[in-house]
Design a protein around this ligand. Structure first.
Ligand code: TSJ
Length: 640
């Protein structure tokens, strides 16, 4: 860094200060995590956090973030404006101290209640150190104050009054230094918008506007209901249960607890927790407190109202969590983070405080809303039934495993193979009893097992869990595979390393295939990940002339066969279903490992697929079909 020109207000201590910024430029990663895209955006969060603090202190209602055409960031707020007086310790203005001293934050805030904070707890000076230039404008005491820094925090001139104004607030403009951010200095509208929307949800009543001048885009976020609206926003795609969102806010011993939750039709537990606006994906004492209160209050309510008989076991923590979407947001003056990624809240006093606060909200809600309470308790009772049913399914599987030779333990409909070596064996899930019969005749008995399926299998996305596990077809699958299900799943116990879905090449067939894949995805996901799930491809056409026979698996293939055929007399049979083939034909065209076509099912991006599955499977049939055909990647398997 170039040395600064000494000006009137500067002394030795201000030079020391700049040596601090030099340290930031030497090791930027230590202060902002990385110098790639993530670190670049960290600069924005560091500045915005200051405005959020001002809002939390009760002096700021609006924050504007602008991405300029020149890839600068402007952050403006309508707070009190950073104090402009000369700071007694540094002999320079408080503004300049904030921008040139490491960890200046807390020391200069005159004891105000500060809770926001970035990942590393650093601030404006770090952004200044990593900027090509930075300009701060303060509206305060009837004046407009201005200062500019260049090349990593060198002030051009002391803070100066450049005009008059009757408003108050702070505006900071900075341009990241491309010699530091060598990977990219392009800000992402999506990243910035998403975080700002989250901040607006987490700080009710605060307006946050984001403007992208590069593409003339802008959005404004304002949520009067705060995290209550956040729950409603996130839960939308999971079929929320028809009950009011439970919400409460309470401050105990300087710690503010805010909680909102609602159940949905899924069996996932989605807890999103925050401390001081920072996400804590590893959880911690605030989440623990909420879970404790939830189980305690729901059990107490159910017992008191005879919804849980005195001889019945209490709801477990897992029972009450199933299908919940909850946001726990606390504000703490002195948070301690632990865990692998330092995103787990460790303060032990928080457990009791959050549990107490949450207990109050939940209890009050249940008492005041008996009909909604019933909806919630019913959902929990359903989760209990599912837990018991899944335990029973597991026990069935264990019994079947204990006596592998006793066929009576396997489903009667399963025609098992003689080999017991799962690496060599295959099971065909065949649509319909009649095609199942044909497949039994045509198969290679040593390595191929056949399980015929009744027309439609249950839609696991739509059906209640209890119904899913009570379903005979589903139970036949679970017991045949031998690997258990859900939490009890154990891939090592799988009895076949190829599970082949064999359905008709029509709409019903593809629907059944989708339903099966959905079930595997939800309850036996490792089978897909291990590459054990396959789809058989029966031919669409038989082309024959005298002794000449060719099967075609697509229209294109049929065309090719026709074009290459030299004779004039020929017949084409279109197969509408597996049932139109005899045992030999089915073996030759679809089951014989020497020449069949099998597609291996895989899922590209687990989390994206998860969301898409949830959205599409619960609704109508057509998008469902499209999803499977477009997004499930079928890899042609040459297993001969
Ligand atoms: F720090 C910063 F430059 F990055 C920055 C600070 C950037 C932006 C966009 C805004 C702010 C900021 C700081 N907004 N509002 C404040 N408020 C104060 O610094 C402030 C004002 C008055 C008093 C007081 O006690 O009178 C105390 C503080 C901390």
């Amino acid at each position: 860094m170039s040395t600064i020109t000494p000006l009137n207000a500067y002394n030795a201590s201000s030079i020391q200060v700049l040596e601090g910024l030099e340290a930031v430029r030497k090791r930027p990663g230590m202060y902002i995590g990385s110098t790639a895209e993530r670190g670049l955006h960290h600069l924005v969060w560091e500045i915005v956090d200051n405005s959020i603090d001002e809002a939390l202190a009760g002096f700021c209602t609006k924050i504007i973030v602008i991405i300029t055409k020149n890839n600068e960031i402007i952050v403006k707020d309508n707070g009190r404006g950073i104090p402009t007086d000369i700071h007694p310790k540094t002999n320079i203005s408080t503004v300049e101290t904030v921008f040139t001293t490491l960890h200046a934050g807390g020391k200069f805030d005159n004891g105000s209640y500060k809770v926001s904070g970035g990942l590393h707890g650093v601030g404006a000076s770090v952004v200044n150190a990593l900027s090509k230039y930075l300009e701060v404008t303060i509206y305060r005491d009837g004046n407009v104050h201005f200062q500019r820094y260049v090349d990593g925090g060198n002030s051009e001139l002391p803070l100066a009054i450049i005009g008059k104004s009757d408003k108050t607030g702070t505006s900071v403009l900075f341009k990241p230094d491309e010699t530091i951010f060598t990977e990219t200095i392009t800000f992402s509208f999506i990243i910035i918008k998403t975080r700002l929307r989250q901040l607006a949800f987490l700080n009710k009543g605060l307006t946050i506007q984001v403007i992208d001048e590069r593409e003339n885009k802008e959005e404004t976020f304002y949520y009067e209901g705060g995290i209550k609206e956040y729950v409603s926003y996130l839960n939308e795609k999971f079929e929320p249960l028809k009950h009011e969102i439970i919400y409460g806010e309470l401050e105990i011993s300087n710690i503010n607890t805010e909680i909102a939750f609602q159940y949905n039709e899924s069996e996932e537990a989605q807890l999103f927790s925050f401390c001081n606006n920072i996400n804590t994906p590893e959880g911690g004492t605030h989440e623990d407190g909420f879970r404790l209160a939830l189980a305690r209050e729901l059990n107490a309510y159910a017992r008191k109202n005879n919804l849980l008989k005195s001889n019945e076991e209490a709801f477990t923590g897992d029972d009450v969590k199933e299908g919940i979407l909850a946001i726990i947001s606390i504000k703490h003056p002195n948070p301690q983070y632990e865990g692998q990624t330092k995103t787990k809240l460790g303060n032990s006093e928080v457990r009791k405080i959050v549990s107490g606060a949450a207990g109050k909200f939940i209890n009050k809600f249940l008492l005041e809303n008996p009909s909604e309470a019933k909806i919630i308790i019913n959902k929990v009772i359903l989760s209990v039934s599912a837990r018991l049913a899944s335990k029973k399914a597991r026990e069935n599987v264990m019994t079947a495993r204990k006596n592998p030779l006793q066929f009576s333990n396997l489903p009667g409909k399963l025609a098992d193979c003689s080999s017991k070596d799962p690496t060599k064996t295959e099971v065909f899930l065949v649509e319909g009893e009649s095609a199942g019969g044909t497949a039994k005749l045509g198969r290679s008995r040593e390595i191929q097992a056949i399980l015929p399926l009744r027309g439609k299998i249950i839609n696991v996305e739509k059906a209640r869990l209890l119904k899913v596990f009570a379903d005979e077809e589903i139970n036949n699958l679970i017991i045949s595979f031998g690997c258990g299900v859900g939490k009890e799943f154990n891939i090592a116990k799988t009895r076949y390393h190829k599970i082949v879905i064999m359905t008709d090449a029509d709409v019903d067939g593809s629907h059944i295939r989708t339903l099966l894949l959905t079930f595997f995805y939800r309850y036996m996901r490792p089978l897909i990940d291990a590459g054990y799930i396959y789809i058989a491809q029966p031919p669409l056409y038989k082309f024959y002339s005298g002794k000449f026979v060719k099967y075609a698996y697509s229209d294109q293939e049929l065309q090719d066969v026709k074009n290459n055929f030299t004779g004039t007399n020929y017949n084409i049979q279109r197969y509408k279903g597996l049932g139109e083939m005899n045992a030999t034909q089915l073996w030759e065209t679809t089951m014989n490992p020497e020449n069949r076509i099998l597609w291996k099912v895989s899922i590209d991006d687990a989390s994206e697929a998860d969301e898409t599955f949830s959205i599409l499977m619960g609704k109508d049939v057509f998008p469902r079909k499209e999803f499977i055909q477009e997004n499930a990647k079928y890899v042609k398997n040459i297993d001969a």
